[in-house]
Design a protein around this ligand. Structure first.
Ligand code: FAD
Length: 491
């Protein structure tokens, strides 16, 4: 073991010298003993967005949290180095958030996919202890074997536990159970100093809260205790179409106001034929719905609520699809619900802003729009929501561009699209106080504005848990500089 340690330290020293050098020594796989450091891989220098391709100098495929700790402890002893380190989950970021230009990328998928389940008795909670590199789909598949399921999901489940907990993890269950970061009991984290810490709301709570929604800035999540619930035997899944935005949002607000009766609520804008059929999950071909989308000069748009109710009585696991436009079944409760849930008209303003900037016939993809209740969010986490209203809306523009050089979106066209989206985000921020989820801010001042009053707390937490600013370079929030090193070392 001692020999291995010495060889690891020597290897790390070679690595650091390589990283600090103006020359790139790393040309081929190197033997870093138990740490298995590799030269850059094509996956480590790209992501889902395929907009940025930043090559790291090396890649770590850890076998345990101890591997990550060893590397970070070593790096945090080198105050003059500029080496940074980024955790990469499934790489489903859009703007290079999981990349580390000339730094080290830690591929979290290489951690053993451990999952241990605990079924709570009467009145107790059920949970799973999982590795930070496990995918949500893997957790769901294993927990279903025990008749259990995570309470709060993302729409798409091929994402990594550590990756979504670094953001928030939102979907149609957020109104009921809160985002995924509100459904975690305990974390194991490797801080920027290399310490392995088990934290929870009652132990090292500040680290726990910092890491949740922390954009990978304070520590690397190597293990998480995720709340589970009984999986329903049957789900009634309803889609209701609207041509009136105010009735659409009114019904959505009604549904989220009765979380005891409803288990899932989402909604989206149907802009054109393409958005109607782009998702076979949202609109199976058998749907008996042929809307008139109007003309280019006079477009007509529609709205769709999708909600689900769990049924724990039935043994039959078939999902029932509502096939035709329908009204939510709980209308009789509307008057009562409206009394305690008053949403501002910001969602309508956002819709107008979007329609002002986007031409319905040109957009490919979906625009999600659905509300959830604010009291399901823990304001101690690093996630900022911006709203002080009782409820808030999430608006997601899920848009893609064809990269084909012949008939697709050129570099110039892509930059135009990105600029247009930035304008929408900036205008929504300035006019409506909206915050960008999965944010990407080109400048540190943009981040300062994003965090608003929470900025001081964010910077203070960074100084405590990652004083040399080794972690999370891909987000571009607090770049590693000599000033940071001087501040950390008090000189
Ligand atoms: P990566 O892209 O690998 O990493 C992203 C960031 O997380 C990096 O900054 C990295 O440092 C940090 N990170 C990764 N792993 C760890 C770790 N173990 N510890 C600490 N920090 C870590 N989001 C939703 O909320 N709801 C959705 O329904 C949803 N659907 C999506 C569908 C698609 C097709 C895509 C592409 C994205 C979707 N997202 C959704 C966004 C998604 O949650 C984020 O992109 C998330 O970061 C993806 O996780 P990942 O493992 O791929 O992260």
């Amino acid at each position: 073991m001692e020999v291995a340690m010495i060889s690891t330290r020597a290897s790390l020293l070679i690595l650091i010298l390589s990283l600090c050098s103006p020359y790139k020594f790393i040309q081929s796989p190197m033997d870093f003993g138990p740490l298995n450091l590799l030269p850059t891989t094509t996956t480590a220098s790209s992501d889902f967005g395929r907009i940025l391709f930043h090559s790291p100098a090396a890649v770590l495929r850890p076998q345990s949290s101890g591997d990550i700790s060893m590397l970070l402890s070593f790096l945090s002893g080198l105050s003059l180095s500029k080496v940074t380190l980024e955790a990469r989950g499934a790489g489903h970021s859009i703007h290079g958030q999981a990349q580390a230009l000339d730094g080290i990328v830690v591929e979290m998928r290489s951690l053993p996919a451990e999952m241990e389940f605990h079924r709570g008795g009467e009145g107790q909670v059920s949970y799973a202890d999982v590795s930070g590199g496990v995918m949500w789909i893997e957790l769901l598949e294993q927990s279903l074997k025990l008749g259990l399921a995570p309470r709060s999901w993302t729409d798409y489940l091929y994402l990594i536990v550590g990756g979504t907990l670094s953001n928030a993890g939102i979907s149609g269950q957020t109104f009921k159970h809160g985002p995924q970061i509100s459904n975690v009991l305990q974390l194991e984290v490797v801080t920027g100093r290399g310490e392995i810490v088990k934290c929870s709301p009652s132990k090292d709570a500040d680290l726990f809260n910092a890491v949740l929604g922390g954009l990978g800035q304070f520590g690397i999540i190597t293990r998480a205790r995720i709340l589970l619930q009984e999986a329903p035997q049957k789900v009634t899944w309803v889609r209701a179409f609207y041509d009136d935005f105010s009735i659409f949002t009114r019904d959505q607000e009604l549904l989220v106001s009765i979380p005891d009766l409803v288990d899932y609520v989402e909604g989206f804008i149907v802009l054109n034929e393409q958005s109607l059929h782009s998702s076979s999950i949202a609109f199976p071909a058998t749907v008996d719905f042929s809307p008139d989308f109007g003309t280019k000069n006079s477009p007509k748009i529609y709205y769709c609520i999708e909600f689900a109710v769990h049924d724990y009585q039935h043994k039959n696991t078939n999902v029932h699809h509502a096939q035709r436009p329908s009204r939510p079944r709980h209308e009789r409760r509307r008057v009562k619900a409206a009394r305690w849930l008053k949403l501002k008209k910001k969602s309508a303003d956002f819709r107008d802003l979007l329609m002002d900037k986007i031409s319905p016939d040109s957009i490919e993809g979906l625009i999600l729009i659905y509300p959830f209740l604010r009291d399901r969010w823990d304001t101690n986490t690093s996630m900022v929501s911006g709203s002080t209203d009782r409820a808030m809306y999430v608006v997601g523009i899920l848009r893609s561009a064809n990269p084909d050089p012949e008939d697709g979106c050129s570099h110039h066209c892509l930059q135009e699209l990105l600029l247009r989206h930035r304008r929408i985000a900036d205008t929504a921020g300035a006019r409506l106080g909206a915050k960008q989820y999965l944010s990407h801010h080109p400048t540190p001042s943009g981040w300062h504005q994003h965090f608003g009053q929470r900025w001081e707390r964010f910077v203070e937490r960074k100084a405590r848990f990652d004083p040399l600013r080794i972690l999370g370079p891909g987000q571009g929030i607090l770049p590693r500089t000599q000033d940071a090193a001087a501040a950390a070392y008090g000189s």
